[in-house]
Design a protein around this ligand. Structure first.
Ligand code: ATP
Length: 293
């Protein structure tokens, strides 16, 4: 008699925990509440390859100011596309539209040929993982904070994600290892460590499409290298979109989109863009000079 209710409670508990991980994504991306609703005929997004297409996407938050002026690009399955450009160019807006927190005013966004406006938001977000600029950690152990990525993950799977996210040494040095509490009265993590927790969560979730929103704050180079190695793990075999501030992070990207005023003004891989001697080459030289100072 008691088995069924307890089993049900367990189910509810897991559901709530799963939602919390999604709420984190919302918090990380949004300063406002979502404005879009599922279409009455919304289907479930089916992802086999993980191809992402932006087709002449135009968008504004307020009618008096156009933010995206017709953006088109394709992320081939399994490839890595990076977006760079000055502050305010519209990079994060692309991510908000991909998650369908807003709808484009015109143009369309498709995943494996399906318009994201025609699928349920729940199914859309199940297939996209995000490593946000600032990761929200819960008042719980570091182990459970990582397991938020997929609440039904086994202990071995969490341990493997810890290893792949290059958190093993960090956790090994904590007083109670992975059982150490994080939060107000517990452990405080640095920006780089928090991003690696987000990467470990993404590794557990194994979404077809990965979005990495690089933190603007500078990290020490050791921390940055650890993040880069961890990201390579999570990007393996996945389609990834990287919003980059440090160009050193994306020299290996298959395609780099350079944005200005809501338009893509240059695109290509690192070597092609350097040879063009345009805006990307200028940004690269400026960052190289800064690094050598
Ligand atoms: P950064 O590198 O500084 O993160 P970005 O290229 O990612 O910049 P976005 O965040 O996409 O730029 O912002 C593009 C423009 O849209 C900016 O001018 C910004 O002020 C504006 N904007 C962003 N979010 C909103 C919003 N919720 N409401 C109104 N305007 C917004």
């Amino acid at each position: 008699q008691i088995f069924m209710p307890l089993n049900f409670l367990g189910f509810v508990y897991r559901e709530i925990r799963g939602s919390l991980a999604n709420i984190e994504n919302l918090f990380a991306l949004l300063d406002t509440t979502p404005k879009v609703a599922d279409a009455a005929s919304a289907t479930t997004l089916k992802v086999s390859l993980g191809k992402v297409e932006f087709d002449n996407v135009k968008f504004n938050y307020h009618v008096d100011r156009q933010i995206l002026n017709g953006v088109s690009f394709t992320i081939e399955p399994g490839s890595k596309v990076a977006v760079v450009g000055e502050s305010g160019a519209g990079k994060s807006t692309l991510v908000k539209l991909l998650f369908r927190f807003y709808d484009p005013t015109s143009g369309s966004i498709r995943i494996d040929g399906q318009s994201i406006a025609q699928v349920s938001q729940h199914s859309l977000r199940q297939h996209i993982g995000i490593v946000p600029q600032d990761t929200v950690l819960f008042n719980d152990t570091i182990f459970e904070n990582i397991r938020y990525g997929r609440p039904d993950a086994s202990k071995d799977e969490v341990t493997e994600a810890i290893k792949l996210a290059h958190l093993k040494t960090f956790i090994g040095n904590l007083p109670e290892g992975a059982e150490t509490k994080v939060g107000e009265r517990g452990l405080k993590l640095s920006g780089g460590e928090k991003q690696r927790v987000a990467i470990a969560r993404a590794i557990l979730k194994r979404p077809a499409i990965m979005v990495f929103d690089e933190a603007t704050s500078s990290l020490d180079s050791q921390s940055e290298q650890a993040i880069l190695r961890a990201l390579r793990e999570v990007a393996k075999g996945h389609t990834s979109l990287v919003i980059a501030h440090r160009l050193s992070t994306i020299v290996d990207a298959d395609n780099i989109l350079v944005m200005r005023d809501g338009r893509i003004i240059e695109q290509g891989d690192h070597d092609t863009l350097l040879a063009q001697q345009g805006m990307y080459a200028g940004l690269w030289q400026a960052q190289q000079r800064q690094a050598n100072e």
